[in-house]
Design a protein around this ligand. Structure first.
Ligand SMILES: NC(=O)C1=CN([C@@H]2O[C@H](COP(=O)(O)OP(=O)(O)OC[C@H]3O[C@@H](n4cnc5c(N)ncnc54)[C@H](O)[C@@H]3O)[C@@H](O)[C@H]2O)[C@@H](O)CC1
Ligand SMILES: Nc1ncnc2c1ncn2[C@@H]1O[C@H](COP(=O)(O)OP(=O)(O)O)[C@@H](O)[C@H]1O
Ligand SMILES: [Mg+2]
Length: 274
């Protein structure tokens, strides 16, 4: 397993002078039920700050007002409006589903719907509740090689059937090969399992152990994939930068608020741009 280093951030390119919002990808985020609206809001805040050109959130209408108030940069779609959701999804480069999605009938319906809609040109990031739902059912991934799962250890236990205590590199890798998707296995030492190689993130701190830190990472991964060419290196950079910024904040803060990581992203991306 290869240790990630600052070098992995070299995928952060200086923006071309003649660029526009269309240059940096369209990201569609799906999640946030009435109870967990904050989760998808944190993903959206991360995604916009990570540089996604256009970001739309498909969510419970209860969350629209709060989302607009917090982040006017984000567009919204009512997750009951199929026609609107169809058109929003058709133009997506990256879809993220799961933060705060919940596990009821509506959540399952949305996951099945996204599986139907994903095309071979679109990347799909599956996080949070969507991992738990997928683990419970017999559905197949429409495009495994275009799919990234971002489970924490308990979600990975549900998805892979491997108990947390038994989650060793060899066993995890074997399940990655079966799933054919990329796995970002989150813990105090996050690991990335991909088709090519496995990676270990040496950064991060206990200040990150607060609800929303993973929702934020999912938003950064989606935003990075939307604007930089799709590769495991881009996912590595998202994981590394998320923890790098969290470590900067932890230096003089007992808790690392997830939204503070998002707010610091544009500054740190500027420091590392090549
Ligand atoms: N403000 C919000 O709206 C928030 C909503 N959230 C959403 O809540 C839903 C449920 O997700 P949860 O993860 O809370 O619930 P889960 O039930 O999926 O997992 C949490 C359980 O896993 C255990 N666990 C073991 N190892 C762990 C590890 N390495 N990292 C994290 N947990 C570990 C924890 O102790 C906890 O009991 C998701 O859709 C998520 O996006 C959470 O992100 C929290 C914040
Ligand atoms: N003690 C820790 N050290 C390093 N990173 C941590 C620690 N605790 C949590 N994290 C990171 O915080 C994130 C938590 O993700 P997750 O459990 O999905 O949170 P949530 O769903 O509440 O947003 C992961 O990126 C994980 O690596
Ligand atoms: Mg999570």
């Amino acid at each position: 397993m290869q240790n990630l280093s600052e070098q992995c951030l070299s995928i952060i390119q200086k923006r071309p002078k003649n660029s526009h919002k269309g240059t940096f990808g369209r990201t569609v985020l799906v999640g946030g039920n009435a109870q967990f609206g904050g989760a998808i809001m944190m993903s959206a805040e991360a995604c916009v700050n990570a540089g996604s050109g256009l970001t739309t959130v498909i969510t419970d209408p209860n969350n629209h007002q709060a989302l607009h108030a917090r982040m006017p940069e984000v567009m919204t779609a009512d997750w009951n409006d199929n026609e609107l959701c169809d058109s929003v999804l058709a133009s997506a480069d990256v879809i993220l589903i799961g933060p705060g999605l919940g596990e009821d009938e509506k959540s399952q319906e949305l996951l099945t719907y996204i599986f139907q809609k994903q095309t071979e040109n679109q990347l799909l990031v599956i996080d949070g509740s969507a991992i738990t739902l997928f683990a419970k059912n017999d559905e197949e991934l429409p495009h495994p090689e275009q799919t990234i799962f971002t489970p924490h250890q308990m979600e990975w236990q549900r998805l892979s059937g491997i108990k947390i205590a038994d989650q060793t590199e060899e066993i995890n890798q074997a399940v990655q090969e079966k799933l054919e998707a990329t796995i970002v296995l989150k813990s105090h030492h996050t690991e990335i399992y991909s088709e090519q190689e496995d990676f270990l993130n040496p950064l991060g701190n206990p200040g990150m152990a607060t609800g929303g830190t993973g929702d934020t990472l999912a938003g950064i991964i989606a935003g990075f994939l939307a604007q930089f060419a799709s590769s495991v290196e881009v996912i590595n950079a998202a994981v590394y930068l998320h923890s790098y910024i969290a470590d900067q904040i932890y230096y003089d803060n007992y808790i690392v608020l997830p939204t503070k990581i998002s707010q610091a992203l544009p500054y740190w991306m500027k420091q590392f741009e090549k």
